[in-house]
Design a protein around this ligand. Structure first.
Ligand code: NDP
Length: 303
């Protein structure tokens, strides 16, 4: 794969077709270009209008994000995906935020409009679709233990509440970050019990049969600790880890040892990507997701 593009490439951008981009720091290992370009190639086979659509990846330092967004808008990119660490920074820098993304405080998908970028967040949709597809479970009506209080956890928590989960228990290493997230969620809980706890102090009244969702980055590196001692919880019904590389994290390994159904986050990546493409193109996410899934799996096997 070629090196990622940079701000310098953007300054002199003159490509005539419809361009899409993902910005991140780092971005080198992103699977998104492979996923989106496979879907665009497949669409172009039956709908020639997509023949000049292309998705590019840009390495952008957070300090350069405002300039990058300005240039991408001026060069009329149709849409932009944002990944670590841009999702929260961009929230305050877009012209408008889709209503569903407002309580999240983070955006991962931007749509070009005359007035400026309109921010959306497709992570929650991706999570719900992936949990359904990989584990046969729905967020609606579920007792959920969410691990983490960062950007991904915010999107997950809001999605769980908007889909009317039965209860939401959030565990996070840093108490201050947990408190901030709980305060953000309070106005939208609408009667759903939302409780926070420290991962080392498991509450005695946690229900059994929960859906455990890991939205921490613990598990990305081989030496990372378990985000929670799974064996100390009342037996969960299933475990979903948003991490997809490595596909077997210590948490998923613990789930396997306990005989609890479990899944990694690649399917979430696929569905959040398919939803982003729907926002840019109007093509239903369910139509492009299978092609994206095949491309993502292929890209992971060569990564
Ligand atoms: P953030 O940096 O915003 O948040 C990181 C979270 O992980 C915080 O809650 C942090 O806790 C916690 N954490 C970090 N290291 C540890 C550790 N060693 N032990 C316990 N907790 C830890 O990241 P994001 O929310 O953006 O992403 C989180 C994860 O979700 C990443 O692995 C990312 O790849 C994945 N993700 C996957 C997606 C998919 O489509 N599959 C989409 C989005 C994210 P603290 O507050 O204590 O610092």
């Amino acid at each position: 794969m070629n090196d990622p593009l940079t701000l310098t490439d953007l300054e002199s951008w003159s490509r005539p077709g419809v361009s899409l981009a993902v910005l991140g720091h780092p971005i080198k290992h992103s699977v998104s270009p492979a996923m989106h370009n496979a879907a665009l190639d497949a669409l172009a086979r039956t709908e020639p209008a997509f023949a000049d659509w292309r998705y590019f990846r840009f390495e952008v330092h957070p300090d350069d994000l405002p300039r990058a967004l300005e240039l991408l808008h001026a060069k009329r990119f149709r849409g932009v995906n944002l990944t670590v660490p841009h999702k929260i920074i961009a929230f305050d820098r877009v012209a408008a935020v889709d209503q569903a993304a407002q309580p999240i405080g983070a955006v991962n998908t931007l749509l070009w409009t005359e007035r400026g970028w309109c921010g959306h967040n497709t992570d929650g949709y991706g999570l719900a679709a992936a949990v359904h597809e990989t584990l046969g479970r729905d967020l609606a009506g579920a007792h959920i233990i969410l691990l983490g209080a960062g950007g991904a956890a915010r999107g997950a928590a809001v999605e769980c509440l908007q889909r009317r989960c039965a209860s939401l228990w959030i565990a996070n290493r840093t108490a201050e970050n947990l408190a901030k997230l709980l305060a953000t969620l309070a106005p939208i809980a609408e009667g759903i019990a939302v409780r926070g706890f420290a991962p080392a102090e498991i509450p005695a009244d946690l229900p059994a049969g929960t859906l455990v969702i890991n939205a921490t980055s613990a598990g990305l590196k081989p030496a990372d600790p378990l985000p929670i001692n799974l064996a100390a919880l009342p037996r969960p019904a299933a475990v979903f880890d948003m991490i997809y590389n490595p596909p077997m994290t210590p948490l998923l390994h613990a789930a396997a040892q306990l005989g609890v159904p479990h899944a990694h986050g690649l399917t979430m990546l696929v569905h959040q990507g398919a939803k982003a493409l729907e926002i840019w193109s109007g093509i239903s996410a369910t139509r492009t997701a299978p092609t994206m899934a095949a491309a993502a799996r292929a890209a992971m096997s060569v990564a």
